[in-house]
Design a binder for this molecule. Sequence first.
Ligand code: FES
Length: 186
Amino acid sequence: MLLNDPTNKEKFRKLDEVLERYGRDPEQLIRVLQGAQDIFGYLPEELQAYISDKMDIPVSAVNGVVTFYALFSTKPRGKYTVNVCLGTACYVQGAQQIHDSFKNHLALKDNDTTEDMLFTVRSSRCIGACGLAPVVTINEDVHGKLTAKEVSKLINRYKKETAGENHEDKGPTRPGTYQEEAPTEP
Ligand code: FES
C-alpha cells in the first residue's frame, strides 16, 4: 500500500500540493494526473482512488481518463519509456516492424517492461510529427526516420548511457542526439 509506506510521505505531500493548486475542478483532472505520475512514476488504482476522493470525482471517471490516454501508466515504468508511434504515417513506413524489433531485442513477450526496469516499450497513435515518420520517442528524446535495423544500436546507446551514469562518466554525447556509429569491420 502506497499510503502506508512511510517512504512515500514526501511524495504524497507533493501530490497534495498539486491537488491544492488545481482544486476540485474536474477540467484539471488531466493536469493533476500528470503531476501525480511525475511524482510517483505511475498511477496505480490506489493513487487513482486517492485523487478521486480529494477531487470528489468518481473513481470510474478518473480511471477512464487514465486508461484512455497513452501517456498514463498504471504499472511502474522502466527508466526509459520507448513509445513507438503506430499512427498511419508511421505505420506505412514500417513502425510495426520497429515496435516488434524493440520487443525482440529487449526480450519482451507478455510484458512491456524489462526485468531490470530499464526499458518500457509502448505504442501510441499519431504524436503529431508525421514529417519524421516513422517516429519513436524515448523519454523526451525524439528519433525520426528510424529503421528496424537501427533499433539495437539505439538500445545499446541508452544502455551505455546508464552504465556511464553508474560509473559517473557520462561520455561526450547524450542518447537523444542520435548519431550513426561508425560501421564496424565484418
Ligand atoms: S503518424 Fe506517427 S507522428 Fe503522425
